[in-house]
Structure formats: C-alpha cells, structure tokens
Design a protein around this ligand. Structure first.
Ligand code: NAD
Length: 474
C-alpha cells in the first residue's frame, strides 16, 4: 500500500489472494489494511493537505496531472495486461481504457488553474463581495473491480485538479493495477502524502467513511454497500457521490437502422462480459420489427468469440470471479424457474479453451415479461432480456418501470421522437443511435437507485470543491 509516499504491507500481516479468472489461479496477493493503517493514511492526507498541497498553485498541479497522463500512456500495455489478468476483461478493451484514463487526467489538468470565483455587486457599491473556489480537503475514493483505473481516473483527476488530497481504496478483487499505477504518482511529481492507496475488503469500510478528517467520499459499486457508506458518512455529514448499478433500457423503434441498432445493442450489453454498470440489459423492441431483431441478435450472439482475455482476437472473457459466476448462473436459473424463454446461452460456457475459467455463455432471453426478476434486477453479467412494446408511450413506460436510472439508448430515425423520448427517460445518460460511447467532457452519472452526483466534465469539479463567499464593507 502507498501511505505518505512509503510502500508498506500495513500493520496487520494479513494478505488477500487475487485470482486470475481465466485460470482460477492465485496470481498475486494484496495486504488487508487495518483500521490503524486507514487512520494513518487519512491523517497523513489531512496533514499534507493543510501544510503543503493547498499551497501548490494550479499551474503546478496541471503539470503533474499532464505528466501522470504521459506515464499512463507509457505504461499502458503493462497496466492493461494487469487488469485483463485480474478481472478477465479483454485486452483490447483494457488498452482503450488506459487511453481513456490518460485523457481524463489531461482534461482535468486543463481545469486546475481555472477554478475561479466571481465578484458580486452589493449595496450600490457600499459592499465588495467575491467568491473563492476551494478544495474540500481529504477525499476518499472507493472503486469497483470491473474497470479499476478508468473508474479511479473519473474521481482522482478532478479531485487532484481541484487541490484535494486523497485516500484510494480499490476493490479487493482487482487491486493490482491500482497499486502499479501508484508507482507513477511520485514519478509524476506529486508530493508524498497527496495520493495514498490502502487495500483490503469491506472490513475497513467504517474506518474510511466515518473519519471526521474526511471531507468527501466518492464511491463506485453496488447499492447495499452505498447504503452502508451513506449511513456511516452521516455521523460527520460527509458528502458522498454514488455511482451504482443499472438495468438500462435500449429501445429500438421500427424506423431505426436495424443493423446499427442490433450491433449497438449487442455490444452495449455483452462488452466486458456484461459487467458494466451501463450495460443495456433490457432491449425494448417495437412489435413490427420484433421477430426480425430477435433473430439478428441471436445470430450475432452465437458468433461471439469467448477465450483468453489476453488473446487479441477474443471478444468476451470470463466473468471476474467465482462469486460473479455463481450469482449470474443462479439468476439465470431463477429466470428459468419463473418461465423465461432462453433463446441462446443460459449456462456455464464449456469448450477446450474455456474449462479453466469462469465463463458464462452470452445469454439472450426473449419475450420477457417486464415483471420477471431478471428483467428488474441488475445481473452484472452477459444476459440480455428482449421485451416487445407497441408504441412510444409504451416504450417509455417500460423503460422507466425500474428503480434504477443510469443509462439508456434510443434507436430511431425520427429526430423529433429521439429528442422527445430522451426527455421522458428517467436516466442520467441517454444515447441516441449509439450506445456506450464515452467522452470525458460529457457528464456521467445516474438518478434514482443508480446514485447521484456526476463524474467527468466540469460537473465533476463541483463534487470536489466548495465556494467561499467573502464580503467587505467599503
Ligand atoms: P461492491 O459494492 O461490492 O464494492 C465496491 C467497493 O466498495 C469495493 O472496493 C469494496 O471493497 C468496497 N466496500 C465494501 N464494503 C464497504 C464498506 N462497508 N464501506 C466502504 N467500502 C466498502 O461493488 P462491486 O461488486 O465491486 O461492483 C459491482 C457494482 O458496481 C455493480 O452494481 C455495478 O453496477 C457498480 N458499478 C457502477 C459504476 C458506475 O459508474 N455507476 C461503474 C462500475 C460498477
């Protein structure tokens, strides 16, 4: 772990195994931090903020962030290989995620010297009033295992650009890339103690989220954990950004370009073996084209190539760990018990190259009744539910009949309808005639049980800054 610029195993002596989901073998271990280690990291981050980091000007912070982006690019192959080995995501995707992470640091580097307040005319010039945009202090950044470094970049880039210090906790299931990334921090020129990394599982949750020196928590993960963090943060009213799960609708209208829509829908859910928060896991298809779309989707899904995530030609790797495999298969079984019509997939994938790994067949369930459990709950695996609808009102009603509200897609060539439906959908993200496209300048986040707060874009800076008002009697 990285605490105050020193690499340490912590005080507890316990280590956790990291598994390669393609071989099921242990390929690394990480320290399980103790509460004392966490307290120490927060205390150092606090001291560094007070005594040093808040006096560093924006230009210098920008230079460090740009250098960090360069270093990520220089080390992209190694970082991508670690993530693909640790969580099973295919190498082409993890490589592109490293490019995304680097762009993220560069983008926010541009903001570091532009955090300006304003002047406010008061009382006919008798009073002079201005605002200062200030960092919050220590931010705790907690990430999930599915995309460790891009998820971290979404948080760390704006947090550092705005002048905060941080304590990072990656998922215990995929911490190794974050630790490798930690080696770049000092090389980029950040003073010791600005970026700290602790590892371990939820046992250190409270120590991270109920410490009064913490001024901000940004969390990416599941709903039950989010609830625990919000309760724990309540003691000191620590503000929490939550980036949680989804059950995102992808709606194809009869007038859409079918090939583009089907390609987008399949990539939108089966990318990363379905383990993305924005997975378009409910495909809503207008009745007139329903049979044709089901046929095209099933045909495409049959062609998805499963295999070693480090192989350049593999299109879908294993799911990330044993618990994921068991959970996904159990949800498919429950769907079967509830009468689901499985058109393709539905089992653990087998085959000579797949036996050692946690592979799930890409699965398509057709004619889905929206009330089925599998159509309501996040699977976080390669499972697509296809649901027919009659008209626009019907599509919007089905799309919104979920407690989640993260992403959505609409495929239509009717411009007016596209904009109308975009306004009606209860989600933080709407893609029109595309799906899963991402840009660091576009805000990212959810509504309802998908969480609140925004990452990326200037909105993310607001999560890591506060405004101070200064009033002077002339
Ligand atoms: P998780 O909630 O189990 O774990 C997330 C992180 O929280 C891990 O680092 C974990 O160690 C930590 N944690 C566990 N207990 C804690 C506690 N009591 N206090 C503080 N931290 C604690 O989630 P996961 O299984 O790692 O990730 C899967 C979930 O993440 C899915 O629901 C997925 O949709 C969501 N996700 C959301 C986004 C997004 O941007 N919206 C992105 C990726 C994943």
């Amino acid at each position: 772990m990285l605490i105050g610029g020193e690499w340490t195993d912590g005080t507890g002596g316990e280590r956790l195994d990291s598994y390669n989901p393609f071989t099921q073998e242990v390929w690394g271990t990480i320290p399980q931090a103790t509460e004392q280690d966490v307290g120490n990291a927060i205390e150092i981050a606090h001291r560094t903020f007070r005594e040093r980091w808040r006096h560093v000007n924006g230009r210098d912070r920008a230079a460090m962030l740009n250098r960090l982006a360069d270093l990520i690019e220089e080390n992209a192959e190694e970082l991508a290989t670690i993530d693909s080995t640790d969580n099973g995501k295919v190498i082409r995707e993890t490589r592109s995620q490293m490019r995304f992470a680097a762009r993220n640091y560069r983008y926010f580097a541009g903001y570091a010297d532009k955090l300006q307040g304003n002047t406010i005319p008061l009382d006919n010039g008798q009073m002079f009033d201005y605002t200062l945009v200030e960092p919050l202090g220590v931010a705790v950044l907690i990430t999930a295992w599915n995309s460790p470094l891009p998820l971290l970049a979404n948080k760390l880039a704006p947090a550092l650009a705005a002048g905060n210090t941080v304590v990072i906790k990656p998922s215990e299931h995929a911490s190794l890339s974050t630790l490798a990334f930690g080696k770049l921090i000092a090389k980029a020129g950040f003073p010791d103690g600005v970026v700290n990394i602790v590892t371990g599982d939820g046992r250190i949750g409270n120590a991270l989220t109920a410490n009064p020196l913490v001024r901000k928590i940004s969390f990416t993960g599941g709903l039950p954990t989010a609830r625990r963090i919000l309760e724990s943060a309540a003691a000191h009213l620590i503000p929490v950004t939550t980036e949680l799960g989804g059950k995102s609708p992808n709606i194809i209208f009869a007038d859409a370009d079918l090939n583009a829509a089907v390609t987008g829908a399949v990539a939108g859910v089966f990318g990363a073996s379905g383990q993305t928060c924005i997975a378009g896991s409910r495909l809503l298809v207008q009745r007139a084209i329903y049979d044709e779309v089901c046929r095209l989707v099933v045909e495409k899904v049959r062609g998805i190539k499963l295999g070693n995530p480090l192989d350049e030609t593999t299109e879908m790797g294993p799911v990330a760990n044993r618990a994921q495999l068991d959970k996904i298969l159990a949800m498919i079984q429950q769907a079967r018990d509830e009468g689901a019509n499985i058109a393709v997939g539905g089992a653990k994938a087998s085959g000579p190259a797949l036996e050692g790994g946690y592979f799930v067949e890409p699965t398509v369930i057709v004619d889905v009744d929206p009330s089925l459990t599998i159509a309501r709950e996040e699977v976080f695996g390669p499972v697509l539910c296809i649901i027919p609808f009659e008209d626009e009102a019907d599509a919007v009603a089905i799309a919104n009949a979920t407690e989640y509200g993260l992403a959505s897609g609409v495929w239509t060539n009717d411009l007016r309808r596209a904009h109308r439906v975009a306004r009606e959908i209860e989600a933080g993200l709407v893609w029109l005639n595309t799906y899963r496209a991402s840009y660091v300048g576009a805000p990212f986040g959810g509504t309802k049980l998908s969480g609140h707060g925004r990452e990326r874009s200037w909105h993310a800076l607001l999560e890591y800054t506060q405004v101070k008002n200064v009033m002077l009697d002339l």
